[in-house]
Ligand binder design. Structure first.
Ligand code: G1P
Length: 296
């Protein structure tokens, strides 16, 4: 039976998206689409399907388009229906949050002080118990990663982070777990380091953007000093409690795409296009027209 102890999901979406400029000058990176669905929608769907009751978006005033995407737009739906497009109107209705319900909340992170600070901004908006954090630019397909984690999370288990093995030369792109043992898909850890150089990495088990955090993390974040990159790091707050509160990595079974990079976006797009009959002709034409060296 699925546990109901993880009731809130936090989506840190205030970042500037500098890696995707100029695309992100006016469009939040979380609204960039993979095929026809914005990144944020995949994360919302994952959280909903994992049984999350309240979603807290930590956004920035310059990114109000995210709120427009997330919240219901009854006038747009009415217009679509009037134009004979009830199917897409129904999709929008199913995806959107209703303005009067308390299952969604937006809080602002005015300054880019780091992921840890973003999570702290959500403190007063969360429901009691452990909280989930989803980073929308880590797109995980094929299996619902958060749902798997919620099912594996035992009450009072401390912090759990999604993890995957990466090549040693890539450790500086991730938080990395100090692994002490393994049982099944759970890795026990007694620490975590943000973006270590390969020679300082405690393991090759990198953290991917799905977390289930004991609420004690908010107390730690309040006193957290800036770490890597001068930012208040979520990794440091988690690590500071690893020994007394517990920390585990979870080897998820889905496929993760780094949609914070052009290559990752393209891979995710191709992955979904290959499953979409509407894209079959395009992919076939592209393959046929590609010079062999390009197609290799
Ligand atoms: C963030 C976290 C890092 C984690 C990564 C996963 O880094 O700080 O610990 O491994 O997400 O994508 P970012 O990619 O935002 O720099």
């Amino acid at each position: 039976m699925m546990s109901k102890q993880v009731r809130t999901a936090i989506f840190p979406v205030a970042g500037l998206g500098t890696r995707f400029l100029p695309a992100t000058k006016a469009t939040p990176k979380e609204l960039l689409p993979v095929l026809d669905t914005p990144l944020i929608q995949y994360a919302i769907d994952e959280a909903r399907d994992a049984g999350i009751e309240r979603m807290v978006f930590v956004s920035h005033p310059s990114k109000s388009a995210i709120e427009r995407h997330v919240m219901d737009d009854a006038a747009l739906r009415a217009e679509l229906k009037a134009r004979g497009k009830p199917a897409i109107a129904a999709v929008l209705e199913e995806n959107a949050f209703c303005h009067t319900s308390d299952d969604v909340s937006f809080v602002m992170q005015h300054e880019p002080l780091g992921l840890g600070h973003a999570v702290l901004c959500a403190k007063d908006a969360v429901l009691p118990g452990a909280v989930a954090v989803l980073l929308p630019d880590d797109l995980i397909l094929e299996q619902n990663c958060l749902k798997e984690m919620v099912a594996a999370y035992a009450e009072g288990a401390g912090h759990m982070v999604a993890s995957m093995q990466v090549p040693l030369e890539d450790t500086a792109k991730y938080g990395v777990l100090a692994v002490t043992g393994r049982s099944g898909r759970l890795l026990q850890a007694d620490g975590m380091v943000e973006k270590p150089k390969p020679q300082q990495a405690p393991s090759r088990h990198a953290v991917v953007g799905r977390y289930i955090l004991d609420p004690i993390v908010f107390d730690r974040l309040e006193n957290q000093t800036p770490g890597a990159g001068g930012e208040i790091q979520l990794t440091d707050a988690i690590a500071s409690d690893a020994k007394n509160c517990g920390l585990s990595g979870f080897s998820f079974s889905g496929r993760r795409f780094d949609c914070g990079s052009k290559a990752g976006m393209l891979r995710a797009t191709l992955h979904l296009a290959a499953q979409d009959p509407e894209c079959a002709d395009v992919l076939r034409d592209f393959e046929a027209a590609s010079p062999p060296s390009f197609a290799a």
